[in-house]
Design a protein around this ligand. Sequence first.
Ligand code: HEC
Ligand code: HEC
Ligand code: HEC
Ligand code: HEC
Ligand code: HEC
Length: 414
Amino acid sequence: MKRVLFVVLSALLAGLFFFALVRDQMREWTGIQWKFMKTLHKEEKQGLTGGIKQVIINDLNRVDRCTTCHIAIDKPQLALAEEPFTAHPGKYLEWHPIDKFGCTVCHGGQGLATEVKAAHGDVAHWEEPLLRGPLVQASCRQCHGNLSELSSYVPLLIKGKELFKEKGCYGCHAIKDFGQTVSVDLGEVGSKSHQLMEADFENMPHPHNRIHWMMTKLHNPRTLNPGVTADHLPLGEEEVFPTGMPNFSLTDEEIQALTVYLLSLTDANPPVSYTIPPEPELVKTFDNDVARGYAVFEKLGCAGCHGPEGLGGRRNWNNGLGEEAPSLIYVKAYYENNVESLKTLIRNGRQPAPRMNVKRPNPALYMPAWKDKMTESEFNALVAYLFSLAERLPSSPVAPQAPAVSETPAPAAQ
Ligand code: HEC
Ligand code: HEC
Ligand code: HEC
Ligand code: HEC
Ligand code: HEC
């Protein structure tokens, strides 16, 4: 009996051993390496070794095993047409040698992993998704201060940065120490865990990663922050308005550019030996005060709430002024004879006009205070720009209506 047991157990052990051996051989990367080797001539194989390849870069705190599968990435002479066997496009690996840079510093993903999905960050709880194609431009900013010199390599990053200003994102969001604090600071949004984002996860589409999350937000901010209407709440609880973030009706290309820019805003802090210092900022000159004032208007992000050029307000639920932030076209008519009160209003901000419906909550958007955000001469130029908007009024003899709000500014916004 004992002997039978011994034989059975031994057979089982041998079986397990064999199973482990086969499983090891069948790991995804072994299959991939084998497939690659099979295509090479004998002489081509010389010097190529199998096994897990890894680059350890202490300075960047990274261990990357990507070349285990991307085996010809720096060997154009061996590269085949299909991924992962292609050679790297461009001269990126010449400028950034693999042993000093690795791959994940530019591409994200999970350096240590040796399975395709895991390595490409396409698994639950891995925050850094693989940056493919043009999205890789998001990584350059962590080291390169000389972005305009690199403009032909990073067109989307540069476009995203411009759009951020042009659309008026700064009117609600700060990036580090510049911009308003109406909503969250986006200074490190590119390394923020998506679970910490202010979003309703039921509406979060798959895959649950940062790239997808940002694109959804920019496509339509309400998808992730739809609010809750009173009839879905217990009696007596206040409704929650949908997000105060406007829908900018962005094109797919604009969404991609803004996503690249947002992804580039990280907490990465590479050692000085890896960085290229920023180039000095150009000082712009302007023909007149109105043009200069428009630059101030754009820089500060007034368009975020008052629309492009200040001509159309954004949605502001339950605001007495027709549920919108006001258009600034009548500013001259209201304030021409009282420039000081206009300046006080802009300096101190203003809580919104009376609610349209007193039973519903306060509007989310208010006029923030700008007193520390511009110089006196920028301020005067801004006023000149706002007054110039009157020229856009249709030339009808009808005088503008009296302002819906008292001209004396209410206590400053928080
Ligand atoms: C286990 C093998 C394996 C590992 C490890 C691996 N990859 Fe890949 N990679 C592939 C395969 C297979 C493809 C082609 C299929 C695909 O796009 O998912 C690919 C595709 C890619 C592409 C996109 C190519 C395209 O045309 O879009 C990039 C970029 C990439 N890998 C980067 C990386 C980086 C960076 C790492 C390390 C963090 C890595 N890979 C690790 C197997 C691997
Ligand atoms: C300095 C940043 C940088 C580093 C380091 C880098 N790449 Fe890339 N990689 C890029 C850029 C940028 C592109 C896109 C080039 C283009 O589209 O012209 C790219 C493209 C690719 C592609 C082609 C598919 C695609 O997504 O466009 C693959 C595959 C790839 N890289 C893999 C790797 C691997 C593997 C490593 C590490 C050995 C690596 N890269 C290191 C910047 C980098
Ligand atoms: C981890 C830091 C780091 C990242 C990320 C990085 N680079 Fe670089 N890059 C460098 C360093 C360092 C040099 C070498 C600079 C030198 O030699 O003066 C360099 C060199 C270059 C050069 C050659 C410049 C020249 O004058 O020869 C180009 C072009 C370039 N990088 C583009 C990019 C692009 C595009 C990206 C993003 C896809 C990128 N780099 C990402 C650090 C980085
Ligand atoms: C009128 C104010 C306003 C403007 C202008 C605005 N946002 Fe927002 N944004 C918000 C609010 C409020 C939130 C908080 C979440 C929510 O309620 O949607 C938010 C959230 C975000 C988030 C998520 C941040 C996080 O960590 O949760 C991103 C990313 C974002 N905005 C990007 C932008 C970009 C890019 C622009 C310009 C194209 C922009 N926003 C313009 C009000 C604004
Ligand atoms: C976060 C949104 C937001 C931003 C950004 C913003 N405003 Fe406002 N602004 C408002 C709201 C809301 C009101 C209406 C307040 C009320 O209901 O009384 C307002 C009112 C005004 C008014 C008074 C209009 C009137 O009809 O009396 C002026 C002028 C004005 N803003 C100028 C600016 C300028 C200039 C900037 C940029 C420096 C700016 N705003 C940025 C939200 C904003």
